[in-house]
Design a protein around this ligand. Structure first.
Ligand code: T3D
Length: 264
């Protein structure tokens, strides 16, 4: 496995764990960290041993978005092309999460701000420590919720709450995020990693292809008309009906034994 300086990446029991590892700046993104994340995401995508990905952060924060020290920004300096940074780094990362054909869990261990909050929202199942907070901090520095934030936030919360958070930049506590349906679960801080790992190990034993098609169809549903969505469901069912794991699931049910899914 490649040695990394800004992240940690391990694969065990079918679960890849990607830990953002710049705790002194709350795991904010530098170009160097983006480049390491790209390598890890490529492994998560292509490594057949990986059947579930878990993203988390080291230390007291999950991720504070862009590292504001990674380049010189002065109010009297010339224009900076942030679109290029988004195109080159943030968008590919978010796309690689949302299109990964394996479930992606996020363990939000502390504050998730700016692109850090958007990255958490792009994951399939989000658990957060009770002390964690989500902050749409972009409005405090004259930016917009990037990294898919303007797409995922209103879908998770509806427009009124999405606008309130994005225009005010208030800190949303994990418990409220759970009550509002923005995340799957809020858990006690010391239970976060064990509970998320348990879920990840479980998902890594499930029918990976079926989970991948489910994730894709749910993500696409917001921009697909109903009749087309049902056509797409038909094609997915056709593909999955020919999979090993469908046959195994049915056989195990009829034999009254636990299934052994291979992920194909
Ligand atoms: O390329 C592009 O720019 C385009 C893409 C942009 C996407 C974005 O994410 S834009 C948004 C950038 N992020 C921010 O503006 C967040 C800035 N940070 C904060 O607002 C606060 O730190 C938090 C609300 C996240 C947490 O507050 P708190 O009180 O828990 O912690 P703190 O004391 O502010 O931070 C702890 C340390 O981390 C501190 O360093 P120090 O004083 O101990 O040496 C702080 O400077 C550092 N830190 C936190 N966030 C960043 C950071 N350093 C660099 N960049 C950061 N984003």
């Amino acid at each position: 496995m490649t040695a990394f300086a800004n992240i940690m990446y391990t694969v065990e029991d079918g679960v890849a764990v990607l830990t953002l590892n710049r705790p002194e700046t709350l795991n904010s993104f530098t170009v160097a960290m983006h480049e390491e994340v790209r390598v890890a995401m490529n492994d998560a995508r292509t490594n057949p041993e990986v059947r579930c990905l878990l993203i988390t952060g080291a230390g007291r924060g999950f991720c504070a978005g862009q590292d504001l020290n990674d380049r010189t920004v002065q109010s009297d300096a010339g224009p900076l092309d942030l679109g290029e940074s988004v195109e080159k780094y943030y968008n590919p990362f978010v796309r690689s999460i949302m299109t990964l054909d394996k479930p992606v869990l996020c363990a939000v261990n502390g504050v998730a701000a700016g692109a850090g909050a958007s990255i958490a929202l792009a994951c399939d199942i989000v658990l957060a420590a009770r002390s964690a907070k989500f902050v749409q901090v972009f409005c405090k520095i004259g930016l917009i919720p990037d990294s898919g934030g303007t797409w995922n936030l209103p879908r998770a919360l509806g427009l009124p709450r999405a606008k309130g958070l994005a225009l005010l930049g208030d800190k949303l506590p994990a418990e409220q995020a759970e009550n509002w349906g923005m995340i799957w679960r809020c858990v006690d801080d010391d239970a976060l990693m064990s509970e998320t790992m348990e879920l990840a190990r479980y998902l890594a034993t499930q029918p990976t292809r079926g989970l991948a098609e489910t994730k894709r169809l749910l993500n696409e549903s917001f921009s697909t008309p109903m009749h087309q969505q049902m056509e797409n469901e038909k094609y997915a069912m056709r593909r999955l009906g020919q999979s090993h794991d469908y046959r195994e699931g049915v056989a195990a049910f009829l034999d009254k034994r636990p299934p052994v899914f291979r992920g194909d």
